[in-house]
Design a protein around this ligand. Structure first.
Ligand SMILES: Cc1cc2nc3c(=O)[nH]c(=O)nc-3n(C[C@H](O)[C@H](O)[C@H](O)COP(=O)(O)OP(=O)(O)OC[C@H]3O[C@@H](n4cnc5c(N)ncnc54)[C@H](O)[C@@H]3O)c2cc1C
Length: 399
């Protein structure tokens, strides 16, 4: 880590308590900012599981001067929103992820125990865990990564990237780098359907995925509409269902429920099928023996239009949850030689087409994979980000 310069320390006002919030933010950013004269080998934008994985894979691949940028360094959206969500991957995969690069393995080996990783080793490796347990391990690695010699960390957001000649500049931060990796994550897609029906209260998907936040939000007698049939939609339904007898559900779906199937050495519908707690609950409650508290309505039923179905059903509902997918968080504005470029990600190589030295990883930029029977999916998961980075980081580093 770079030492805080005395010039910057002297710039601090004597009485911090009279600073405005924005002044404090600016000052904090300066204090943790890297030196502007240094040219990094790579800047990583976003330090969720994917950004951490990319940074450690690039170090393994031989790069030594790396700057990670993230507003909080708390291991991404899972920490902020999904600690109470049961994982869809087995515990053993998080353990493999945490030791899957040489840099990660060294941090884990050097961390004093007991710690989040040793706690995870005590769990049953062959079943799922709470995402809170996994994210504690990611935070242990975040703290360790920030102490690796050659890695700087900047507590901020990047809004603007400029390519000049053969280097990238982050004009807001005075940082220059040969390569940039985007790993800025995603957020639930907004639908806005609830606005069309005055009786409906829009219930945030993130709130529905967090039982402690859901308590008190949905009174006895509520009838909640849930749009979607993904892993997130099913977990939201489970949490709402578990509020008790006084809450009934109407699930609107386009695609039937899809379950992951464990084959010999691979998983059918690995990225799109239900797994773990979500799969068990869906089989039990949404299966052939219908539960009267949950109605399921197929939006693609022949002869009916989606809007007509909503118009008939939603006036009877009190709340609406939209679980219709995730959109990428806004990437920085990218300018190459004075012109703004539209980003076009190549999911096989992790590069952006036509833009040198810019790469992507994580839920925002997943690898495209084809399974043994020809299904094409986006590979989203911590261990999948790691496999992708282990394959492509040596190529990125060599360019
Ligand atoms: C409900 C849910 C459950 C999931 N369960 C699992 C599971 O069990 N197992 C599994 O392997 N995967 C799971 N995933 C999938 C995926 O692995 C996780 O979403 C993963 O945490 C994504 O990591 P990420 O680093 O790509 O994004 P994020 O965790 O979102 O991290 C992105 C980071 O970038 C920062 N950032 C954003 N914009 C900027 C900017 N402009 N400048 C600087 N920083 C920025 C953000 O603040 C954040 O810290 C789940 C996903 C969801 C939504």
């Amino acid at each position: 880590m770079l030492a805080v310069s005395s010039v910057r320390l002297r710039a601090l006002p004597r009485n911090l308590s009279i600073c405005s919030v924005s002044q404090v933010r600016r000052l904090t950013m300066k204090l943790s900012s890297p030196q502007s004269s240094k040219v990094y080998d790579a800047v990583i934008i976003g330090a969720g599981p994917a950004g951490l994985t990319a940074a450690s894979s690039l170090i393994d691949a031989g790069l030594s001067r790396i700057c990670m940028v993230d507003p909080t360094f708390t291991a991404g959206r899972i920490h902020e929103k999904y600690r109470e969500v049961p994982s869809n991957t087995k515990t053993g995969l998080f353990v493999q992820w945490a030791t899957g690069t040489k840099t990660f393995a060294h941090i884990i080996k050097s961390a004093p125990g007991p710690n989040a990783y040793t706690k995870m080793l005590e769990l049953d490796q062959d079943t799922t865990c709470m995402l809170g347990d996994a994210v504690n391990v990611a935070q242990l690695l975040t703290d360790g990564m920030r102490k690796v010699p050659g890695i700087d960390s900047l507590a901020s957001e990047v809004r603007h990237l400029v390519r000049e000649g053969d280097v990238w500049r982050l004009p807001e931060h005075g940082v220059t780098s040969r390569k940039v990796v985007l790993a800025q994550g995603s957020r639930p897609r907004q639908f806005g359907l609830a606005d069309q029906y005055p009786n409906l209260q829009d219930l945030d998907l993130d709130t529905s995925l967090k039982p402690s936040a859901l308590k008190g939000q949905v009174p006895f007698g509520s009838r909640v509409g849930i749009i979607g049939s993904s892993h997130s939609a099913v977990l939201a339904m489970k949490n709402l269902y578990e509020l008790g007898e006084g809450v009934s559900l109407v699930n609107f779906y386009r695609s039937p429920l899809l379950y992951a199937e464990y084959k010999d050495g691979w998983i059918l519908y690995d990225n799109t099928g239900l797994k773990g707690v979500a799969a068990d609950w869906a089989r039990k409650v949404l299966g052939p023996e219908k539960d009267p508290r949950v109605r399921r309505i197929h939006l693609a039923a022949p002869g009916r239009k989606e809007q007509g179905i909503y118009d008939a059903e939603l006036p009877q509902c009190t709340h609406l949850v939209s679980a219709i997918g995730y959109d990428n968080n806004e990437p920085p504005k990218v300018e190459v030689d004075g012109r703004q470029v539209k980003l076009d990600f190549d999911p096989l190589t992790g590069r952006f087409k036509g833009v040198l030295g810019l790469y992507g990883s994580g839920i925002a930029y997943p690898e495209r994979v084809t399974d043994p029977v020809g299904n094409v999916e986006s590979a989203v998961g911590w261990m999948k980000f790691l496999r992708f980075c282990r394959r492509v980081a040596p190529e990125w580093a060599a360019e």
